[in-house]
Ligand binder design. Structure first.
Ligand code: NAD
Length: 385
């Protein structure tokens, strides 16, 4: 058995963001009117129009540029509260004045036939409100992760999308990444035997604690909501199984610095198969992200695991060798196709709710001094490959 190559442990947050390289989802219910409309548009040779709500780092650095590469959708409209961004985006993406919205006239987007899909890229606590308003406007919805900041809110979003017959997908781009898809294949198909342990960690050092991510009112929580959620996802899709219990610890180093959210935490999942997952997530450590599975016949893993590009992976047989894709472009094209063909997304609202169910239990376990809590009642949704 070959020795696994060394996983680079520390890259900076900037490198993480810059790791973007060149650059699939919706519920099976309803959406007939809109799907028919969308199908008709595509038959005319037109792409589906996406409106980005919130033109922050992720929209500017990843989603906007990815929408120049997508085949089945394009950036039709923007929603921003910052006047100075309007012209820059309009010029770069050829957006007419009539397709520029702010947070006051957002609901008028209902009358804009150029927009088929609304993609909510706001601070976490605003996801539910804007997803629900998007659904009410009769537009299909993609919500960034975390889908909302509570299970109750996730349910409200799901209900609104059902009521208004629109599709709902979560921005879990790694379901379209070849390295992460390989983790699913290797784990779920037991290519190296049964997976016994997974270590899934995601950390970076957040120096600017004035940003919304450090304020529970906007973020809903600390690194768990922001980046730990990738570890939850990674563990579950590698095993292809839902956890049955969780225990968690707040491991914040500088308690005084983190006033409303945790600075660091760790948790353990147990699975019916006997598998155990250990995870760490932190805003207080140098950047690293890994997803490593130990199976009966050896170890396979990714590191960096959750970045936009430049992922690295290994199996007992050597390095993984995949051509990077533009995860965001793949994700949005897949969602557009779900709309066009009325098919199911790989990461629907129910998956966003599932992860919030787990997140709430993790925080409850911390409050109860690390008690192991049952995950009975977890929504039964998995991406099986
Ligand atoms: P950001 O802070 O760079 O952008 C947030 C945007 O929201 C800004 O344009 C800001 O002006 C706007 N906004 C509107 N109302 C606001 C308010 N009241 N307070 C603060 N900002 C307000 O954040 P980001 O990094 O672009 O993250 C946005 C969302 O995207 C988050 O939910 C995050 O989790 C998610 N995200 C996902 C990925 C991914 O890989 N899927 C990557 C980065 C971010």
């Amino acid at each position: 058995m070959k020795k696994p190559p060394q996983i680079p442990q520390a890259i900076t947050r900037r490198q993480f963001l810059n790791n973007s390289v060149i650059g699939l989802g919706a519920l099976g219910f309803g959406a007939l009117t809109f799907s028919n409309l969308a199908a008709a548009k595509k038959k005319d040779g037109k792409k589906l129009g996406i409106a980005l709500v919130g033109l922050g780092n992720y929209s500017r650095g990843q989603l906007g540029p990815a929408l120049l590469e997508t085949q089945d959708c394009y950036l039709a409209a923007i929603v921003t509260g910052t006047k100075s961004k309007e012209k820059i985006w309009q010029e770069k993406y050829n957006i007419p004045d009539k397709n520029v919205y702010n947070y006051d006239n957002f609901d008028d987007i209902a009358n804009n036939d150029d927009v088929d899909i609304i993609y909510v890229v706001l601070p976490n606590s605003m996801h539910a409100e804007y997803s629900i308003r998007a659904a009410k406007a009769g537009k299909h919805v993609i919500s960034e992760k975390p889908m909302a900041v509570s299970v109750a809110e996730c349910q409200q979003v799901i209900d609104a999308c059902k009521k208004h017959n629109v599709k709902l997908g979560i921005g879990y781009r790694l379901h379209h990444d070849p390295f992460n898809l390989e983790m699913m294949r290797l784990g779920q198909h037991q290519v190296y035997g049964q997976v016994k342990n997974v270590q899934a960690d995601f950390c970076f050092k957040m120096n600017d604690r004035t940003q919304w991510r450090a304020d529970k009112k906007f973020s809903g929580g600390g690194p768990l909501m922001d980046i730990g959620i990738y570890c939850i996802q990674g563990a579950i899709y590698t095993l292809g199984e839902l956890p049955i219990s969780v225990s968690a610890r707040d491991t914040t180093i500088d308690k005084a610095a983190w006033k409303t959210v945790e600075g660091s935490l760790e948790w353990t999942f147990k699975f019916k198969s006997g598998a155990v997952v250990h995870s760490k997530s932190s805003y207080e450590q140098d950047y690293y992200g890994k997803l490593v599975a130990t199976a009966d016949k050896g170890e396979f893993g990714l590191g960096p695991a959750y970045v936009y590009g430049n992922l690295k992976g290994y199996t007992p047989e050597g390095e993984m060798n995949f051509t990077a894709v533009n995860q965001q472009a793949q994700h949005m094209d897949a969602f557009a196709n779900n709309v066009l063909h009325n098919t199911e997304t790989l990461a629907p609202g129910e998956m966003g709710l599932r992860d919030m169910f787990i997140i709430e239990k993790i925080y409850q376990s911390i409050e109860q001094g690390g008690k192991e809590l049952s995950l009975a009642g977890i929504p039964n949704i998995l991406h099986k490959v």
